[in-house]
Design a protein around this ligand. Structure first.
Ligand SMILES: [Zn+2]
Length: 103
């Protein structure tokens, strides 16, 4: 009687493990869930994001400065791209503007 109970318990455990194994294989199938697995692999929290500075380009805006001398200034814009220091994914971009003396 004791042996049968043990066997039944072992069978139940084996069945549970088998069931779990099947469920895990289905959930984490590498062919169907590539995107989910890839995004879940990195939380983008490792260290400071890496900043990438774009080229300064003229926006076409101009302004006239009177003081101390009369001159024009042209507006330039660049985009700073912050990337995850771990996986390189773009986290956010920040535009930056400057005015520069145009002769
Ligand atoms: Zn990342």
């Amino acid at each position: 009687m004791k042996n049968i109970a043990k066997k039944a318990a072992a069978f139940a455990l084996a069945f549970t493990l088998l069931g779990t194994g099947t469920a895990v294989t289905k959930t984490f199938s590498p062919t169907s869930d590539t995107s989910i697995t890839a995004s879940a692999a990195c939380y983008h929290s490792a260290g400071q994001p890496r900043a990438e500075y774009g080229e300064w380009t003229a926006t076409g805006k101009k302004k006239l400065i009177i003081c101390p001398v009369v001159r024009y200034e042209k507006q330039y814009k660049r985009t700073i791209t912050y990337r995850c220091s771990s996986c390189g994914k773009t986290l956010y971009t920040v535009p930056e503007y400057k005015w520069q003396w145009a002769i």
